[in-house]
Design a protein around this ligand. Sequence first.
Ligand SMILES: [Zn+2]
Length: 454
Amino acid sequence: MPPPSSRSPKSAARRHAPACFCAAALLAPAALPACNCGTEDLATRPETALSASVPSASIAPAPSSATPEKPAAPAISRVVLVTVDALRGDQPWTNYPAASTPNLSALAKSGVVYERAWSLANTTGPSLGALLASRYPTEMGRDDCPLAGLDVTNGLAQTLSERGVWTGAAHGHPYFGGGGAPRVGFESWRTIPQVLGRRAVDGAVTGEDVATLAIEMFSSAPSDRPAFLWAHFVDPHDKYVLQPGFPASGNGGRSIYDSEVAYTDFHIGRLLRAIEASPFAASTAILVTADHGEAFGEHGTWRHGMNMYDEETRVPLLWRAPGHKPATISTPRSLIDVAPTIADMLGIQAPSSWRGKSLLKDPASPQPEERPVIVDAPGLMSSPPRRAVVMGSFKVIVSDGQTRAFDLAADPKERKPLARDAASDPIARATKLLEQIPAVPSRRCPRQAYRVAP
Ligand SMILES: [Zn+2]
């Protein structure tokens, strides 16, 4: 169910808009053939090219080259990226009624909300490494450790840092305290105390400390430079802990998970209020998403890293930025667009190696560009490779020796794979798209991706 139509009268029309897909968009720019699917491609990037010559962005508004009758959008001096581990796509702001998320729901109401967004993989390392690199995990240098270490060279943090942006990260997941963490380009990379001693998968409660660390980093970031801060919250990750003051929802196996989501929302709210109380309140953009979803038996599995169905791969995506009005968008989107969006917010040109595109034009666009969404879980020593492609209402899943197609409009719970005749076209298109992603062999895991103290 979409949010109230009063916020987005165009949503219903967008939901079933005819799709146009461009397999060529997956090719490297130099290899792009003629493409009739949309007006932009990776080679031109008109949305990010304007301020590429600003070597070290300033918090003061840049000299505007806009026409006099069209004032420039307010300058964005800071961007805060909040990711939440295992936060499913169905949340109160997308009409899941059971959980309590007053802070994120308020942010969603005042920002741009995507009703249909998918992560880049279904486990933490590949998903977040690919998000930072704006590339697909299979084509990235990486190891095959259970949590995977991905090479994020030339990714978001390095690109911003080279243009003068302060880059910081606040973490509470043990993975980010280890050697496989995607630290490249971060000027300040901090973890909560004893991060390696906290078992993210064993009932650790870290949200309060992550928020406190993120607030401290936001407050102490240099005031004379633009800044990018990434905070990753972990608590909805299993094992689920009933958080005092945040009642279980009573919704079956999800009941205590919902308590953790509410707890995490509370501490994200502390971070949001610190931003609002800072001198940068009017010039800070915020983007919220997740590394993957969480299964509660919908297809016979629990937690994540087990399948490509929406419960594991569909995630929240919302952002609020000065100069951009609230909107609700039903066009499918991938987190591959997160890094280009953040670079665009700060007026920095995205490298040509990035696959994604900025989302900043979406809310003002009568018909946001349709693009295929690819979920690309690489093979790890703990799991086989699995992939999914979303094309309009169709979703093709390649997993465990089977390739199946679903019509999400008619079958949103992915219960009934399409029959052979109906499935042949979406499967052919998905296969062609996946063939455009070069497969880079992974290195054998030389060690534990991280070590957890007893
Ligand atoms: Zn995760």
